[in-house]
Design a protein around this ligand. Sequence first.
Ligand code: GLY
Length: 585
Amino acid sequence: MKTYVLFSYLFCLMIQSCASTERKFYQHESRQRQTFEATGENAMVATAHPLASRAALKVLKRGGNAIDAAICASFVLAVVRPQSTGIGGGGFLLYHQPSTQKTTVLDFREEAPRKSYANMYVSADGKAIPFLYKDQTLANASLNGHLSAGVPGLVAGLVKSHQRFGKLKFKDLVQPAIDLARDGFKVYPSLARAIEKRKNVLMTFSESRKIFLPRNKPLQTGDTLKQKDLAKSLQLIAENGQKVFYHGSIASAIVSEFKEYGIMEKEDLSSYKVKERSAITSSYKGYKIKSMPPPSSGGIHIAQILNILENDDLHSSGHNSFQSIHLIVEAMRRAYYDRSKYLGDPEFTSVPRTGLLSKKYARSLRNSFHSSRATPSTSLGKLSPLNYESESTTHISIVDQWGQAVSSTQTINYLFGSGVVVKGTGILMNNEMDDFSISPGKPNVYGLIGGAANAIAPKKRMLSSMSPTMVFDSENRLLLVTGAPGGSRIITAIVQMILNIIEYKMTLRDAVHSFRFHHQYMPDTIFYEKDSLQSSTIKKLQTLGYDTKISTRYLGDIQAIQRDFKNQLWLGVSDTRSDGKALGF
Ligand code: GLY
């Protein structure tokens, strides 16, 4: 009887909810600006900073291709978004050429130094070890200080992209970044907030303090940030390519910086290589999706979540209705469970790729949903792909006049990475080592847990969620170029954006800006953006057994480009959750 009453109640709730489809969109302060949207007959760029978008647009107008523009934007972002990316970091890049239909995938992710080992960040009693520096102690050595840095890959990745596909002179592509580092730019609100947030770590290291806290005070909005040492390093890279960074004077500076407090050595840098990989290709209701393979988890889990949902009619359930959220969250939960268990650097762990991407496995996961209640995350693990065998960070989306496209996500991991600037170079080193599973069940800075597949090992690349992605229509024409920062929240942001376009038929602007939610298996909670979901929707989700919380972080900051086939235009949108800009011509 009790079951019958519960079902009747839920059925009534469902009917009511169908009638009130959620149509609220993100209300950020900068949403007043009208600069996040652009159209272009020839080309389009969307990046996380107007200075990077402008520099890249100039390259495109000068006849440069999407790779040239991406290189230029990457170096500029390395200067103007030091909280998110930099030449002390790494990233991934997808390059699509319509003439051959080939999508090249470059992996320039950071790598664990050869002296690293599993459990290096935990003490014998299982506690996170602090980083000891001179007379100072910083909590969490995997996040703060020299030990948290992986071997950087960004410079090698950009040089390799240029060698393979570049058209204009490399030196000219680095020049805008050199100028901005030398002459400075105005600190904007989110950069000032990031410095304030990480001031304790930045204060610890004198080179970082000099740049971001001159006179021992965090730079404020409107101050000018000049990075003269970084300008010199960029000049050296512009003139000598990657040699100077991995073998020459910059390599020597890095090695001497890490000698006393870190484990990175000359051979770590000199043996670093960019890896070419094959895109994860999947389909959703007739559309083709290409995204990043391991060591990113992005491509596999975007595909897996969409595969699980493919036979549902989310459109009828309504955008952000409790029925849609129930289905999408259950798919996210199962994908992130598999992420914690099976994903890692494919050269060190066997990722059951075919199983994870199998539509049959996705159907079995879909069949494990309860129609009227949440599945507790602790109860997962009964199904296995093996039976089926197979604020930080920044994103750049670019399409050039030949329809060639770049989708690249780059990072130094958490805000200002390790906090360590290499003496005399202005180079802020990443803290990507925290993306490894530090010990089984111990969450990283994004709350993600992992196991043996993502344990630390020398020269292994840490698992990522970065998901540079492209979507093609049924005629194989490029429809979308997209990606976002946001750590673990990248995958769910991109899934929702794709669903917004394909299922909910939104414009690009609405698809990027509409409210998002996030579930990552553990913690077993739906995080949703403030003032987003209707209180009735939240109550209904709680009735189904979901724990719900307002997210204190942005759920991704999307940079997206869409083809308007009818009007033969490129549309660009930069998410107003942050400071970016889309520009076309
Ligand atoms: N550092 C965040 C990521 O790669 O997912």
